[in-house]
Design a protein around this ligand. Sequence first.
Ligand SMILES: [Zn+2]
Length: 344
Amino acid sequence: MSLLLLGIGSMWAKKPETTGLQEVRNVIFLIGDGMGLNQICTLDSPNNFERAQATGFSKTASYDHKVTDSAASGTAMACGIKTRNRHIGLDKDSLPVPSLLAEMHDRQFATGIVVSCMIDHATPASFYAHQPNRHMSAEIIGDLYRSSLDYFAAGGRKIVSSDSLTDKGFVVCNSLEASANARQGRVAVLLADEALPPASQRGDIMQQAVKDALRFLSNQPQGFGLMVEGSQIDWTCHDNNGDELRAEMADFNEIVGICMDYCDQHPGTLLIVTADHETGATTLIGEDKTPTFASKKHTGVWVPVFAYGTNAGQFAKVQENSSFKEAILRMLAGKKNPGKGKKQ
Ligand SMILES: [Zn+2]
């Protein structure tokens, strides 16, 4: 009898975790690499960040450093664990941990990635790869071939093998025009040989890539998880280049708007916009808000979190960057683990 009561007690104890949550069908995770609050404040008002329905903060320290790199923070957000700097998809003991996108795939969701860097860079790699060092490009690309991604658009044509992607069922496209008619299967869009050009020189290719990803993933029956990175915000701050920072933030702001509009049109979609860390100890000086940099490196300050759409209010708090994965998995609609790789 007491065992029975214990059982009932634990059932009840679990309930409040899910109380008040609505089912989420689509998840869009936008990461501005190196994007602290001052980077966002380079934007004039009104801007799309101001449309957020909930705001919070994310604490970015890694397992072994107060100042994280993009590998440990990408892994924290993707895999839900604090790990060592340079680790990709591995915990502090170097054991692999599945990413949010991999777990969503196991639950029959479609998954995708859109980034303006090469596909092997730390942030996108954290969502599909498991390697002890972010610079192990060949091994990371090997994990890309073994991954469960349904769609990716990124730079890095020179480091991937079209044949290897084709062998894994990807339709390989060298432009968004080529991918525009894809409806099913798996799609790899290689947008450039290396990284995409800087925002001041690349037109609207990132906005078009995000729209293409949303179009493709919306066709999949179960819903989707999509990670998009404004990869080069970080690079402009490492370079202490205020003009390019403004251009990258204007570019990313448009992507935020596209994804918020998508949430408006598709109830059941959750959008989270945040950063992996701040870069440059960036401040904005004077009436002109001139970007001014006290560092060429990352800093350990909290970064903002903007949420929009279904369950946005859940993120209106101070949270560890390793808390997003579990928070999102708890909200997902649909069937759980019907069997990896099985056709339904
Ligand atoms: Zn960086």
